[in-house]
Ligand binder design. Sequence first.
Ligand code: HEC
Ligand code: HEC
Ligand code: HEC
Length: 326
Amino acid sequence: MVKVKVRSLLIFLSVCSLSMMTACARQGPHKPVATAAEEKSPSAGTKMSFTDVRPLFARHCTPCHTWNSDQPMAESKRDRIGAMVASKAMPKADPAKQVSITERERTIIQRWATGENGGTQTTVTEVGVVRDVNLALASRCFSCHGPQGTSGSADFPNLAGHDPAYIVGRLQYFMDPQARGTVMPAQMQALAKEFGLKAGDDAKTIATLTYLGDFFGRYRLSVTSDDTAALRKKLNAQDKLQYQNGKKLVSENQCLACHLQPDFTPTPMTPMIFAQKRGYLESRLAEFKGGQGGMTMPDIVKPLSESDLSAIALYLSLTHPADGLQ
Ligand code: HEC
Ligand code: HEC
Ligand code: HEC
């Protein structure tokens, strides 16, 4: 079984290196990746519904405004939203993001604002009505992972800051019926059915997963270093020692070599591990300790004890990437 998975990842990697060089390469800040979906602007006269703009509001207008889920409120502001977006006065720059709005996204919002449609709430299954299936799919992840990739719940991991190609690999993995996980395998397999995603190297599926990787990975965490510092202050004396121990272990084991570069991004195909949810880190490290969960990490954690791993999880969860290099 493991062999089969390794092979499908290798196929994915070679697809990546042959035909998707630009999409798979790590992009610097403020350089939107032109995914297949972004290349074409919607043609003139295409009617836009609230379903088309809702994920764009969540992506570019949250957390400063709250129209992302409130159709009547958004519709009552149509004119002003259209004017603000057309004049480029909005969206205001958000320091938590590395993602800027694209011209195509501006066009979609403007089309909606000029009211070329009845403003009806549509569903993804009406594929003829919803033009951007990728955006519709991304909006299905918000409830657990947050609209900008920082999750609001202790049970769901952050996606912000991960290398986009790492997210793609994980999503492909979760589509495998043998995948391990409490929530994602069932989620991904149901979404794959609904959105027509296929296993293996189906080009349309890889384009969609690449879109999701870029969408979530290229946000910065909205947790700040003040937030993590405040949480550390609340630790009891024993946990403070654990925290220091975790810090020492991370430095001695050269975890940063792969997980944090000087620009605070991880190396290609690697997750952001700082300010990640503690319970999630613990369960992943335990998975690696059991020889599963990845191709690189099981060997790395082999010499570490269970109490080492729990100190590491505590340290990582309460350290912002900006403080991780110190
Ligand atoms: C980083 C925060 C931030 C982001 C992101 C942001 N805005 Fe704003 N927006 C503001 C602030 C602050 C004001 C009020 C004062 C001003 O105009 O500077 C405002 C005002 C507005 C107004 C006029 C007031 C109103 O509510 O009618 C509109 C319309 C608007 N924004 C639309 C948008 C849209 C659409 C987006 C996303 C595409 C967006 N904004 C993203 C901060 C933001
Ligand atoms: C109902 C909640 C829920 C929804 C909806 C959901 N996820 Fe997840 N996600 C989780 C949980 C929980 C995990 C941890 C793995 C597990 O236990 O299944 C996870 C893990 C992940 C991971 C691995 C993170 C890592 O650090 O390795 C990725 C990537 C991911 N989800 C992406 C997505 C995307 C993209 C969507 C939308 C298409 C999505 N998720 C929808 C709950 C959810
Ligand atoms: C040689 C590069 C490399 C080094 C060194 C490394 N990692 Fe990793 N890490 C990875 C890769 C690649 C993954 C993805 C899983 C895999 O393939 O093993 C990963 C995954 C993880 C995850 C899972 C995160 C998630 O979101 O699911 C954690 C936690 C982690 N590493 C912690 C560490 C710690 C702690 C150290 C040091 C003891 C370390 N890593 C050293 C490459 C590395």
